[in-house]
Design a protein around this ligand. Structure first.
Ligand code: NAD
Length: 269
């Protein structure tokens, strides 16, 4: 069976994906739809969202309900409205709190502007908290016996980054800690919380930035035992597993999808 063949692993589940306008969020929305979920795609950018929804519908013509909503995850009223949109669908079963930013002005302890710290933490940490909070309230409201909440962290929550991005790194550490505690607190309600830790990915943003600069590229690629960056879809496959009942005993994990990068001691030669 090919990776793209649907076999209903999320059949009948109502799922929400934030940051669904591109990257990991879009790839996950496509796989969620293929696996039979009804998907509410949320993003701060309406143009990105419009294109992303069209792509899901084009690639998965047999998809169930696919809808979208503009949502700034750093605003609680937006997040509440997003989650409550699925009340009329029967209530959410899965939420992928994936929206996050890494700002170009993020730097080290000395040079990171306070406003960049606050912006990063408002989206990456508070946004994830709001998503978790309203997910718990919705799961209770709909008397769900199970629910899966997946929060996007990063490998930089586990290992330090040599190129400083302090606000981002600290925000992803907070996502890990918050996810772990929520997993413990809500385990007996049947609500699972797991954190996804992606390694740097082969996204247009990164690839355009690296361009033909071979030393710059090698400085990063050398960390991967596989010798390559990851792909967004490789993250999405992990999210499908965490969202599905196949992972029913997986809770509170730092789910690392990094080609072995954080386990490696590698040198250029
Ligand atoms: P991306 O930039 O391709 O997509 C992120 C999406 O989030 C965009 O569509 C953007 O419009 C949206 N967004 C930004 N701010 C928002 C807000 N306030 N409210 C709602 N939506 C908002 O990014 P990606 O690479 O797919 O990253 C997704 C997640 O994965 C992020 O949390 C990121 O930190 C994390 N991550 C990415 C990488 C990587 O190399 N790409 C590595 C580790 C972790």
């Amino acid at each position: 069976m090919s990776a793209t063949t649907p076999h209903g692993r999320l059949q009948g589940k109502n799922a929400i994906v934030t940051g669904a306008g591109g990257g990991i969020g879009l790839e996950t929305s496509i796989l969620f739809a293929r696996e039979g979920a009804n998907v509410l795609m949320a993003d701060i950018s309406p143009p990105a969202l419009e294109k992303a929804v069209a792509k899901v519908k084009e690639l998965v013509p047999s998809a169930g309900r696919i809808e979208s909503t503009k949502c700034d995850v750093s605003k609680e009223s937006d997040v509440q409205a997003m989650v409550e949109m699925q009340d009329s669908w029967g209530g959410m079963d899965v939420i992928f709190n994936n929206a996050g930013i890494m700002h170009a002005d993020d730097a080290d302890a000395v040079d990171t502007p306070e406003k960049i710290w606050d912006l990063t933490h408002n989206i990456n940490v508070k946004g994830v908290w709001f998503g978790c909070k309203h997910a718990v309230q919705s799961l209770r409201r709909h008397k769900k016996a199970r629910g899966s909440i997946i929060n996007t962290a990063s490998v930089v929550a586990l290992v330090g980054s040599a190129t400083p991005q302090l606000a981002y790194t600290a925000s992803k550490g907070a996502v890990l800690a918050m996810t772990r505690e929520l997993a413990i607190v809500h385990a007996r309600e049947g609500f699972r919380f797991n954190a996804l830790c992606p390694a740097p990915l082969n996204t247009p943003l990164l690839q355009d930035w690296l361009g033909d600069d071979q030393p710059k590229r090698l400085r990063r690629e050398v960390h991967f035992p596989t010798g390559r960056f990851g792909e967004a879809i490789e993250q999405a496959h992990a999210v499908v597993f965490l969202a599905s009942d196949e992972s029913s005993f997986v809770n509170g994990t730092d789910f690392v999808v990094d080609g072995g990068m954080t386990r490696a001691y590698v040198t250029p030669e």
